[in-house]
Design a protein around this ligand. Structure first.
Ligand SMILES: *[C@@H]1O[C@H](CO)[C@@H](O)[C@H](O)[C@H]1NC(C)=O
Ligand SMILES: *[C@@H]1O[C@H](CO)[C@@H](O)[C@H](O)[C@H]1NC(C)=O
Ligand SMILES: *[C@@H]1O[C@H](CO)[C@@H](O)[C@H](O)[C@H]1NC(C)=O
Length: 251
């Protein structure tokens, strides 16, 4: 037993002192043994930089990209109770996203404006959007009284609704996006909704009517009216609210 140990020791000594290559690998080993902690710190620092880049540069970009790619589908819009400086809006929209992630977007205030005021947009109102946990198709219900902050722009919007086949209304805002344990990131929300307008009530027709003599204050004209229903919009028209006066052009 004692002899075998001695032989092994002798072999190792010989091999390390006579073999040049092994000597240099021994130097590396020594260097590594003395400096392993520096290498480890360097490696961890590199890894940390990559992770931080992904989280603070990559993730916000990916998040913004996904928000850019999402779209809104308007199911219905109902504008009621118009006054000179407010209108009640009830809106059903669906947020479509093709993302594999299901982030949460904080509620935020979006400016509603007409695109022809870009780049210095002149919002006619702000819409408060609720918090949304996004999935492939997320229904969003909006039911609020919207303050009109620019009557001139709002009148232009209403004129477009009355007179056009389609109306584009832009909305813009920014909010925080949360995904799992990642730090939340700010995203810009820019979207243009294309709404069907009333197009001067094209197709509006009164095929038959006759006057009746009604002294009790009831109706004195009875007839049929055909009102086309192409718009998803429901508008309350009030005589004295100038914003909602339909302007019917004679053909
Ligand atoms: C998102 O869209 C805006 C324009 O609306 C653009 O400026 C921006 O570069 C887009 N961001 C990404 C990450 O795609
Ligand atoms: C909308 O809000 C009003 C109160 O502001 C409420 O009376 C009404 O029931 C709500 N409608 C829907 C569909 O949630
Ligand atoms: C008008 O169309 C909308 C959606 O297309 C529908 O929900 C509504 O019931 C229609 N109204 C009438 C009076 O047909």
């Amino acid at each position: 037993m004692g002899d075998e140990k001695g032989a092994n020791t002798a072999y190792i000594e010989r091999s390390s002192s006579y073999d040049g290559k092994r000597a240099s690998s021994g130097k590396y080993k020594t260097f590594f043994r003395k400096n392993w902690w520096k290498l480890l710190i360097g490696f961890l620092a590199a890894k940390l930089i990559i992770i931080l880049c992904l989280v603070y540069v990559g993730f916000p970009n990916i998040a913004q990209d996904q928000v850019n790619k999402s779209s809104l589908e308007v199911k219905s819009i109902t504008l009621t109770n118009p006054t000179q400086n407010s209108v009640h809006i009830q809106q059903d929209v669906v947020l479509h996203s093709s993302s594999i992630f299901t982030p949460t977007l904080d509620g935020f205030k979006a400016s509603l404006f007409l695109e022809n005021t870009e780049p210095d947009i002149e919002p006619f109102a702000y819409l408060s959007l609720p918090q949304v946990h996004s999935s492939k198709a997320t229904p969003i219900n909006i039911n609020q009284t919207m303050k009109i902050i620019d009557l001139d722009q709002f009148s232009q919007f209403n004129t477009l609704i009355m007179n056009s086949e389609t109306v584009r209304v832009a909305f813009r805002g920014h909010t925080a996006l949360h995904l799992g344990g990642l730090p939340s990131t700010q995203v810009q929300y820019n979207e243009v909704l294309e709404l069907k307008g009333l197009n001067n009530l094209a197709g509006f027709d009164i095929p038959t009517f006759h006057l009746v003599n009604n002294k009790d204050g009831g109706p004195n004209m009875i007839g049929k009216a055909y009102i086309p229903n192409t718009s998803l919009m429901t508008l309350e028209m009030v005589r004295d609210a100038c914003n909602f006066q339909p302007t019917l052009k004679p053909d």
